[in-house]
Design a protein. Structure first.
Length: 678
RNA sequence: GGCGAGGUAGCUCAGUUGGUUAGAGCGCAUGAUUCAUAAUCAUGAGGUCUCGGGUUCAAUUCCCGAUCUCGCUACCA
């Protein structure tokens, strides 16, 4: 669109190598990126399409530990799996690399080193848990202990999975290292921080002023971050899985995964070509990042800041982030196995790569979250791909076979209507280009389908199967026009449906048709011999859809089953430890919502001992006016704690059901306030 | 709670720099047609543009408030 650029570098978000790829990833990132890249290539533009596996970070080390294998084995497995399924699905990367590659280690190290040597980082020490037996610092996830909120003894350092509370590792009672089982100690550790705050003026200018044309979801999200004010962010971690910090005395420290991952785009380009610098440093190169909305802050704020700090790189021209795709009304979830996995789809629907590409493009979450349903998948296949595109092509080819021995007939004279129809093609091309140039993929696809609709209408209007009885000469022209439409379809559909177009090109015996031919009414010359044709698409029957729905139903059932078991009991304690808890009955005298919170109620409780204030996270389940006067149980000798500026003295006892719903533990009959519960 | 995005036909989504009859595809109804995978083509029904205020000659479009959905973020003793 913007003519000042000579070439384009397109990146697609690096998939995280701890699981396979699903339709959400595809619809959000890889399908649009691939369409865009194929479009540019067809136009003869210079473009590289960069992607690879993101293989560092704590979740991969945890998965490795759980399975008793090395992190490298985990990423090897998923890297191969992801790479293969992308290739089978026709995502046409120039290179699909990985962040555990040697080139990436060198690139990321050098990048860090340059910023370090030019004093672009700030250094800070902080206290973190350290395992003296294993001799290493512990990520929050590697620490378990007793949750100070619910008493669950197996809470993690970042979150208690029993009560859902997010924690700091230092909050845990009796913290334990999951590596050695020993009690970790707090120890000072040094880390490097990227001072994003120093780049705020630059970012404000660059994003808010110079890139107002970014998609509204992207621009809005950036503005929100910038308005809140940016903070320095650590770019290193104490971990043994990752790229070592290339600084003396930084033993046991690696680059934080979000720092090394985007550099992976650069590394992959280096791996692809010695001439990589022109794709990253030439101001005449246009850099485009395709990502999902969860990645906006990294690609619009952090990575550009890194590039800016480094100094020799260009910045992204656009970051067309998509929203999320839901599945049958529910959020896609890897852990809940609520997903359509690409590798499973390719098995279940062999030869139907383009059907999924089509459906995901037609229903792409461009401006808001969208829903994928199998019924919609079936309907788009049967009533659009089969009935409109496949059908038109088949009608045209079958008629040509029947009447003209599969040779392109000559034009014996174009009517005004013929000319009108042919003149539509350049108009469709123009509309489609305007859409694709602005990353409106759904519109573009619809426009491309309009050409097939035009073809069907043309045949219906000219009725060659009737005219053939009286005027074969006229039918020559009609089928010539229909064949030119078919040839044009084979160009305009190529970015969207590459597998289909492969087949179609063979049928019409046409090789190497570039974008510049699109709109041309003489692509197929008279006398040109066509090949034998087959159907481009077949109907998808109810059984296949039913099978997929049952598969999902099984996932759902498995999730329910996993949720139901009552949590395992805790270890025995002595009566004495129980007796240390002073649990009393009390009456709620007053209740009000704590301002600016979603869950908190400020309660005034008559405990018999005194009247005190307790803050409780129950606002989602109770209306303040409905609970005044209610008698409850309260843990009265819990250490007071300040919450949102209010000192909370004690804890109200509640029972929580499977769904997380809370109910009060209330004496069966009203008893005096201050009665002991034992 | 703060911030961001969104709430438009049965379904999935466009759109309106405020202006007479608000669009597309699918689905549905009726008709035409049979070259084609019962596919196609034409016509039609279907919308208080989430709700309530305000600005205006005029609001679905601008402003304010409410409400619901999604995301980021705070919070949960």
């Amino acid at each position: 669109m913007n003519r000042k650029f000579k070439r384009t570098t397109v990146t697609a978000a690096l998939p995280y190598a701890n699981g396979p790829v699903h339709i959400g990833h595809l619809a959000g990132v890889y399908v649009p990126a691939d369409i865009y890249v194929r479009y540019l290539r067809l136009k003869g533009e210079e473009v590289v399409f960069i992607c690879g596996s993101d293989e560092h970070g704590v979740p991969i080390t945890i998965k490795a530990r759980q399975e008793g294998i090395s992190p490298q084995q985990v990423v090897d497995r998923y890297h191969e799996m992801i790479k293969k399924s992308f290739a089978d699905f026709g995502i046409s990367f120039s290179i699909y690399s990985r962040t555990s590659s040697k080139v990436h280690y060198e690139t990321a190290s050098a990048f860090f080193k340059k910023l370090y040597e030019e004093n672009k980082f700030i250094e800070k020490t902080s206290e973190q848990f350290f395992d003296t037996e294993a001799n290493q610092f512990l990520a929050d996830r590697y620490i378990t202990g007793t949750c100070p909120h619910c008493g669950n003894e197996r809470a993690y350092g970042d979150q208690c999975e029993s009560c859902g509370t997010s924690l700091n590792a230092t909050d845990l009672i009796n913290p334990k290292s999951t590596i050695s089982g020993s009690q970790p100690v707090l120890k000072e550790t040094l880390h490097w921080y990227l001072p994003l705050d120093q780049y705020q003026p630059f970012l404000n200018q660059w994003i808010l002023e110079e890139n107002k044309n970014w998609k509204s979801n992207v621009y809005g999200q950036c503005k929100s971050w910038l308005d809140q004010g940016l903070q320095p962010r650590a770019v290193s971690r104490d971990l043994d899985w990752g790229i070592p910090v290339p600084v003396d005395g930084a033993k046991g420290k690696v680059l934080y995964v979000w720092f090394d991952a985007p550099i992976g785009y650069i590394s992959a380009t280096r791996e692809l070509t010695p001439d990589w610098e022109k794709y990253w440093k030439d101001p005449e190169t246009r850099l485009i990042h395709f990502i999902g909305k969860d990645n906006i802050v990294f690609h619009c704020i952090i990575f550009p800041t890194m590039l800016k700090a480094e100094g020799s790189y260009i910045l992204p021209d656009n970051v067309p982030a998509n929203e999320f795709l839901n599945l049958e009304g529910d959020k896609i979830s890897t852990s809940r196995n609520w997903a359509v996995w690409l590798h499973e789809y390719l098995e279940d629907f062999k030869g139907k790569e383009d059907v999924l590409r089509y459906v995901l493009c037609a229903n792409m979450p461009e401006t808001k979250d969208n829903d994928f349903t199998w019924k919609d998948f079936q309907s788009r296949n049967n009533s659009e791909l089969v009935a409109i595109l496949g059908n038109f092509v088949n009608r045209t080819l079958v008629l040509t076979q029947k009447y003209f021995d599969n040779k392109v007939p000559e034009i014996t004279g174009l009517t005004a209507y013929d000319q009108e129809v042919l003149a539509e093609i350049p108009r469709i091309k123009e509309n489609l280009e305007a859409s694709l140039d602005n990353f409106r993929f759904r519109d573009a696809l619809k426009e491309a389908m309009n050409l097939a609709r035009l073809g069907n209408k043309y045949l219906a209007d000219t009725e060659p199967w009737i005219v053939i009885k009286s005027d074969k000469e006229r039918v020559k022209t009609i089928l010539n026009v229909a064949l030119q439409i078919t040839a044009n379809l084979s160009i305009i559909m190529e970015p969207f449906l590459p597998f289909t177009i492969d087949k179609l090109r063979k049928f019409i015996n046409l090789r190497d048709a570039g974008w510049n031919l699109l709109g041309n009414a003489e692509i197929l010359k008279p006398g040109h011999l066509l090949n034998k044709s087959e159907l481009l698409y077949e109907k998808i029957e109810d059984e296949a859809i039913e099978y997929q729905l049952q598969k999902l139903a099984r996932s759902k059932a498995a999730n329910e089953a996993a949720k139901s078991p009552v949590k395992p009991g805790k270890a025995n304690i002595s009566y004495d430890s129980f007796a240390t808890m002073d649990i009393r009955t009390g009456t709620i005298l007053a209740a009000e919502k704590v301002a600016k919170t979603k869950k908190l109620l400020k309660l005034t409780i008559d405990t018999g001992l005194d009247k005190r204030t307790v803050v409780s996270g129950i606002a989602e389940f109770f209306e303040p006016e409905n609970i005044v006067g209610k008698q409850v149980c309260i843990l009265a000798n819990l250490e007071p704690r300040e919450i949102k500026g209010i000192t909370s003295q004690g804890m109200i006892l509640l029972a929580e059901d499977k769904g997380g719903k809370l109910v009060f533990v209330t004496p069966e009959n009203n008893v005096g306030n201050g009665s002991e519960v034992k």
